[in-house]
Write a protein that binds this ligand. Structure first.
Ligand SMILES: [Zn+2]
Length: 428
């Protein structure tokens, strides 16, 4: 696996196309600046910008890994000598951003997962609280060719939870809580993750005094705090203490007026709904590009209706519908490590009542804003050229985000065929 410099590297079919276009001109390139353009124009697609707007027949010009221009066909000047790609009939969305995952803790595992994420159109993913060491944290510094960008909160902070992961900081006093945040600040984590959950009465959970100290210390270090929560009462306490985001929504009951009022007082707060299994039968055949047949049939056999799961899903779906309706900023995350889970989550957010457009905004620009990533999340001039070309329009049917024709990260096409071949061979 190669770490590349920020310079763009054109790959696979795309690179071949470019070479085919440029080689006949090589003899005169030195004397003809236009013919040596490295720009590519993607023409004719519907572009879903990521901020809620749509351009029906768009041109996107990409050069040096960045979008240099985007707009309606006819409004965009395509540089002379640029390669042109006809995407009529396709729809382009920004690469998706998953703010809540738990990813591999060795370099090899993590790089494989980041490629797998890229295959499914994810441009950036955050490992939220389960990373112990420097081996994977160091991977945040360089762009890995053909793979999603990696962010991490390092180890998170919770009370002692014997029997569960020992990677997070276990704190019992305000001094320990502040010291844990200081260590995370020295690791330059991307966000601080805390757990406020007694796991069904098994453990003590972070008290308001402890999470108050964590949030205060994090803000002193210009770090945001996102909380794993379960109960409505804890959610209210965290909002009063100034928490920046929830990595799950309220799960024990329907939210009440007091909660809605507390969230509305906090215009920058972001709720990541992270919906649970909807408990309905599903056709998983769309995963056949990366999941070996025997594993896929085992997964398919488990994908059946489950009334208990439907009940838990119902609470969280109602809460999402109410909070989204109230104007709360909604971000996007799936938990776990499944690279394809983003597409199920989008479908679940829409079945909870969000529009496909709002679900895509959550998974792109709002999640980029939550993570303070200023160069991704929308398709606009100056942004990193991270986008997904779809065969059908997800505004008509959100499951069309699964119909991926190609993925581009930092201006280069992701070699989905090679990733598919590797994953299917490894599992077979
Ligand atoms: Zn999690």
């Amino acid at each position: 696996m190669s770490i590349v410099s920020p310079a763009p590297r054109f790959q696979s079919a795309f690179r071949r196309l470019l070479l085919a276009l440029l080689l006949p001109l090589a003899g005169c390139a030195a004397s003809d600046e236009g013919a040596s353009s490295t720009a590519i124009a993607f023409e004719g697609a519907r572009v879903i910008v990521g901020d809620g707007t749509v351009i029906a027949n768009a041109t996107i010009v990409v050069d040096g890994g960045r979008i240099t221009s985007v707009g309606a066909a006819g409004d965009v000047d395509v540089p002379e000598g640029a390669a042109r790609m006809d995407l009529s009939g396709k729809t382009i969305i920004p690469a998706l951003i998953n703010t809540h995952m738990h990813l591999g803790t060795t370099r090899a595992d993590l790089v494989g997962q980041l490629e797998h994420l890229a295959y499914y159109g994810v441009g950036a993913a955050v490992s939220l609280g389960s990373d112990a060491g420097d081996e994977t944290l160091a991977l945040r510094d360089g762009a890995i060719s053909g793979a999603a960008r990696f962010l991490s909160s390092g180890p998170g902070i919770t009370r002692p939870e014997p029997g569960r992961s020992e990677v997070p900081h276990w704190v019992n006093t305000e001094d320990e809580a502040r010291a844990a945040v200081q260590e995370l600040a020295s690791l330059q984590v991307d966000i601080v993750k805390i757990w406020v959950d007694d796991r069904g009465g098994q453990y003590e959970k972070l008290t308001p005094a402890l999470f108050g100290a964590i949030i205060d210390e994090a803000h002193e270090h210009d770090l945001q705090v996102t909380a794993h929560i379960f109960a409505l009462s804890d959610a209210k306490g965290l909002l009063r203490a100034g928490v920046d985001a929830f990595a799950h929504s309220v799960r024990d009951r329907d939210v009440d007026d007091e909660f809605v009022a507390l969230v509305r007082e906090r215009p920058d707060f972001v709720l990541v709904p992270n919906l649970p299994n909807p408990g309905v039968a599903a056709d998983l055949s769309w995963l056949s590009g990366t999941v070996p047949a025997d594993q896929l049939s085992a997964m398919q056999a488990r994908a059946t209706g489950n009334p208990q799961a439907q009940e838990s899903f119902g609470i969280q779906a109602r809460n999402l519908a109410r909070l989204s309706e109230a104007g709360v900023r909604i971000g996007f995350g799936t938990d776990g490590g499944a690279p394809w889970a983003v597409h199920q989550e989008l479908e679940d957010m829409v079945s909870a009542g969000m529009t496909p457009s709002d679900a895509i905004v959550a998974a792109t620009s709002t999640s980029a804003e939550l993570l303070h990533l200023s160069d991704v999340g929308t398709l606009a001039s100056g942004q990193s050229a991270d986008f997904v070309v779809l065969d059908a329009n997800p505004l008509n049917d959100i499951t069309n985000t699964r119909r991926i024709a190609s993925v581009y990260l930092r201006g280069s096409e992701v070699d989905r065929e090679a990733i598919s071949a590797r994953l299917l061979a490894a599992g077979g």
